[in-house]
Design a protein around this ligand. Structure first.
Ligand code: PXG
Length: 444
């Protein structure tokens, strides 16, 4: 058997095959965190690190929120597990109602999952089954988008648009086409919020309809603001245009709000901030403030009603997870939503967004290879030019230097990405920007 981690033996870290990680490289310089509070992590060697990523785009209310911690503890004491297959517990109904109260339009029916990936695969399954139950059995095709991230399930991977995440796992779902990504350095560099250029890219959906016929298309799925692809805000008018084309052609529109949900754009969901209401929303991450795994696919009344026409006694949607509506996750989600409300965090997010935007955009000119800065709500990307054509940029080295100087940032290709907790104060914003500026100056 391997030695313990406490023993500091490198072998002690071999058993954990780490996700999305260069395992051998990690083990040479492990980043290990032992506790967290509010805006900071503490490392195993006693350093405080400012969390510029809200964990992994999820700890929107900051770490160690006592009402959430206490709710999880109390639930663990009371009811550890009950299935939600033909039974459930009060927490499931309570959280579903709380989520429904946060969504725009008639997005009022919540199907629980354990992750964003499962939420996406669930939404795709709802979309196909929706058309089938209504007799449109030919509508099986999905339209995704380049640079999209929709998780790692087969469905999400298939509609996702990040090539290096897909290539080892082909063949993926067959009936999928992709729209172009909406980002253009030429037309949008250093835009604050939604770019003016790019609404016309939504018309690529018309091309897909022309090629495949609308009667074969079940749904279009997009992140309102693409996250892992590098924080790509939607061009003005783009989502409106997608919505209109979907409506004209009987296609469902799915917003993957796993990152944008729960306050990133100053509203509970980005759909509200952006003024476009989809037929389905997927969420996870901020739903429990990252504290217990949970996701959800949220369906509109129209979608839900189509299933409820089946004979009573029939299982309307043949899908579910052992841990759908897990009691601990429900307790965490209910407490998290209360924290967002009680501490006014969505409003706070909207209020500090202009300050955030100004501060991050001040990095323009911090180094000659800063070729774009993008901000939207409390999200940001700082993109660096490749060192030479075909070569990597300095982004990885800059992120490492920032970490050594006490700020955790993440990478998306050649961009540094930021998504801090919404409790962030002006001093934290200054620290993030100063630390990145210093790293940009000092790293070769
Ligand atoms: N959809 C979106 C939009 C996401 O951002 C998922 C689905 C999948 O969620 P789960 O809970 O299954 O991981 C995500 C997750 C990164 C990174 O480096 C981002 C995510 C996951 C892993 C890495 O930016 N987002």
């Amino acid at each position: 058997m391997a030695a313990t981690i406490e023993g500091g033996n490198r072998d002690a870290k071999a058993a954990f095959w780490m996700p999305f990680t260069a395992n051998r490289q990690f083990k040479q310089a492990p980043k290990v965190f032992v506790s967290a509070d509010r805006m900071h992590y503490q490392t195993d060697d006693g350093r405080q690190v400012l969390d510029g990523m809200a964990g992994l785009w999820c700890v929107n209310a900051g770490h160690n929120q006592r009402p959430i911690v206490e709710a999880i503890k109390a639930q663990a004491d009371k009811l550890d597990f009950v299935s939600s297959f033909s039974m459930s517990h009060p927490g499931g109904f309570d959280v579903a109602n709380k989520i429904a109260a946060l969504t725009p339009g008639t997005l009022d029916h919540v199907f629980f999952t354990n992750s964003g990936s499962e939420a996406v695969d669930t939404a795709l399954k709802i979309a196909r089954a929706y058309h089938r139950v209504r007799g449109e059995v030919g509508r099986t095709r999905f339209i995704g988008r380049a640079r999209a991230y929709h998780g790692v399930g087969w469905g999400g991977l298939s509609v996702g648009g990040i090539g290096r995440q897909r290539k080892d796992f082909v063949p993926l779902l067959a009936d999928v086409a992709h729209l172009s990504a909406t980002h253009s350095l030429e037309h949008q560099a250093f835009t604050r919020g939604q770019p003016e250029w790019g609404a016309h890219l939504a018309d690529e959906l018309l091309t897909q309809i022309q090629i495949h016929d609308a009667s074969t298309i079940a749904a279009v799925i997009v992140e309102p603001v693409a996250g892992s692809g590098g924080v790509l805000p939607p061009p003005k008018g783009y989502l409106e245009r997608l919505r209109a084309i979907c409506d004209q052609h009987g296609i469902l529109l799915i917003f993957d709000e796993v990152i944008t949900g729960f306050g990133r754009l100053g509203t509970p969901f980005a759909a509200e901030a952006l003024g476009v209401t989809p037929d389905l929303i997927t969420c996870a991450k901020g739903l429990t403030n990252g504290s217990v795994p949970m996701g959800a696919a949220i369906a509109s009344q129209k979608v839900f009603d189509a299933f409820m026409g089946l004979p009573e006694g029939a299982v309307e949607f043949m899908h579910g997870y052992t841990y759908s509506a897990h009691p601990l996750a429900c307790a965490a989600a209910a407490a998290t939503i209360d924290v967002y409300k009680d501490q006014g965090l969505f409003e706070r997010s909207a209020r500090i967004a202009p300050l955030w935007e100004d501060a991050v955009h001040s990095l323009r000119g911090a180094a000659p290879d800063v070729i774009d800065i993008r901000t939207h709500g409390i999200l940001a990307a700082i993109e660096l030019a490749p060192k030479a054509p075909g070569q990597a940029s300095r982004a990885g080295a800059v992120a490492q230097k920032a970490y050594e100087d006490g700020v955790l940032v993440r990478l998306a290709g050649d961009a540094l990405v930021l998504s801090p907790p919404l409790i962030i104060e002006e001093t934290h914003i200054a620290q993030i920007v100063d630390t990145i500026a210093k790293a940009l100056r000092e790293v070769a």
